[in-house]
Design a protein around this ligand. Structure first.
Ligand code: G3H
Length: 496
């Protein structure tokens, strides 16, 4: 059970504690932040409202802990990460329970998120041991005008304190995708979880605590963005920020100092369907890609661009599958569960009403109860409708009928987002040409967009992000290259 057994330490009365200097603590603010269950719309949990002084203290200990962690052998860092991964997986049930209550993730998907996170941590430990154990050796005489009098040795060094800010939709998985690379690379880590998802994240952090990481190396502060948000992201002790979320990321990147940023800020992933596509395959992927976790994924299919000649057939197939989706509470493993908050549901409704006024075809009647929105396919959407461009982050999917592939590519590229996209066709040559033309970080051929497997590079163009994620890229991003140059008094050539 959440907050029980090995997790009893993290709870004080009905308020979850924050984690600093290797201990679970109550905030001196005496205040808490409530977390509303999206299904019941009642307060489910409470977390500490940390103060700026507490953030300062966390940063101080993170800086000290990092110095000795950087001197900890790589194999030992990996060993601790493997231990944390195993503990995380052992406690998948209570953590999944929090995901169900805080973010209304369907029960089965909640368990999958925790298991996937354990696997990610283990893979990261292994990858880190491999790639951080290697450097480069360069000689000077490959550059014109030089003799071989200099040997350059390069290695990857940690950045210092990494600030990780994951989003509500994967508060565990997108936290460990930042924590594990930071730690294996020799950094310390300060986590600011999303309010909705904070309790799942606190349970996950406790698994790292139980694994025995040194005091102060990992910290987790909770609280109001208005009180500690900017304070954290602009803190002089932070040497790197890894953020996943919405527009806030744009504001963070404008305010952050001269530090490396890793940002993933959403998408409007297009699904381009050609005339020769396998329509059953497309329909299945539209359902999976557009409606899993009720469309609350940055990589969800967010607009279907289908050739007019096959549009009727595709819409019919999608509607048939859509009618089979179950709608209800996450505890019952329904496919469509309440969206994360009332404001989110209102925003989605706004997009739907705009499309209605402008004449979109409703394939189903619009239905909403509280935060629960029934899945909806909107056909004959036109570019003057908001839903053609904005991300609903909900179970509502627009279909735009196109008369040429160029029209589809044009729509995809006119978006301010550029995360992923997908193209369905049996002609691989055409698919490659289209993929090359789409201005997105990834194009999936004959499958829905997705971040995983978690070691694949994951990046967005334009407003979708900065830098690339995926295990290897994240480890590299959280390090810097350091060179040592050996200068010889006279040229020396091997076997010369
Ligand atoms: O919501 C953003 C996530 O990075 C998407 O991850 O493709 O595994 O659902 P996913």
């Amino acid at each position: 059970m959440a907050g029980n057994g090995v997790f009893a330490d993290i709870l004080d009365g009905d308020v979850y504690k924050y984690y600093s200097d290797g201990e679970w603590k109550k905030s001196s603010s005496g205040k808490s932040v409530s977390i509303v269950n999206p299904t019941t719309r009642k307060t489910q949990y409470k977390v500490q409202a940390c103060t700026q002084e507490e953030v300062n203290k966390v940063m101080e200990t993170a800086k000290v802990a990092q110095k000795s962690w950087a001197k900890t052998p790589l194999w030992k860092r990996a060993e601790l990460l493997h231990k944390a991964a195993a503990i995380l997986k052992d406690h998948k049930a209570p953590i999944a329970e929090c995901l169900v209550k805080e973010i209304a993730k369907p029960a089965k998907d909640a368990v999958t998120e925790v298991v996937r996170s354990g696997d990610l941590v283990s893979y990261c430990a292994e990858e880190g041991v491999r790639i951080l154990g290697e450097g480069k050796y360069l000689v000077s005489d490959s550059f014109p005008g030089n003799e071989r009098t200099k040997y350059c040795l390069t290695s990857k060094i940690p950045l210092g304190v990494v600030l990780a800010i994951p989003p509500f939709n994967y508060p565990v998985n997108l936290a460990v995708s930042k924590i594990a690379p930071a730690l294996i690379a020799g950094n310390s880590l300060v986590l600011k979880p999303p309010t909705q998802g904070a309790v799942s994240a606190l349970h996950m952090v406790h698994c790292f605590h139980l694994a025995g990481f040194p005091k102060g190396l990992i910290s987790c502060v909770t609280g109001k963005g208005s009180e500690i948000g900017d304070f954290l992201t602009m803190h002089p002790s932070v040497n790197c920020i890894s953020f996943t979320g919405g527009d806030t990321g744009i504001a963070i990147s404008k305010k952050a100092g001269m530090i490396p940023l890793q940002m993933e800020l959403g998408g409007k992933d297009a699904c381009i369907v050609l005339e020769d596509a396998d329509l059953d395959l497309v329909a299945g992927n539209i359902i999976k890609g557009g409606f899993s976790y009720s469309g609350q994924r940055c990589t969800a299919v967010k607009v279907v661009l289908v050739m007019e000649s096959v549009a009727d057939a595709l819409v019919e197939k999608v509607n048939a599958k859509l009618s089979k989706l179950t709608v209800g509470p996450p505890e019952e493993n329904c496919d469509i569960t309440p969206v994360v908050s009332e404001s989110s549901a209102n925003f989605i409704e706004g997009l739907v009403m705009d499309a209605k006024e402008k004449g979109a075809t409703f394939c189903q009647a619009y239905k909403r109860e509280g935060n629960l929105i029934w899945p909806l396919l909107l056909d004959n959407v036109r570019p003057d409708m908001r839903i053609a461009w904005e991300e609903p982050f909900g179970p509502v999917l627009p279909v735009i009928r196109i008369n040429s592939v160029e029209e589809g590519i044009h729509h995809c590229n006119a978006s301010n987002f550029g995360l992923q996209g997908c193209v369905f066709t049996k002609d691989i040559n055409k698919a490659i040409l289209i993929s090359d033309t789409m201005e997105t970080g990834t194009v999936q051929i004959n499958s829905a967009p997705a971040r995983g497997p978690d070691h694949f590079p994951f990046q967005g163009l334009k407003d979708s992000g900065i830098g690339s994620q995926g295990i290897t890229n994240s480890i590299n991003m959280m390090t810097k290259i350091k060179s040592t140059v050996i200068n010889l008094p006279s040229p020396s050539y091997t076997m010369g």
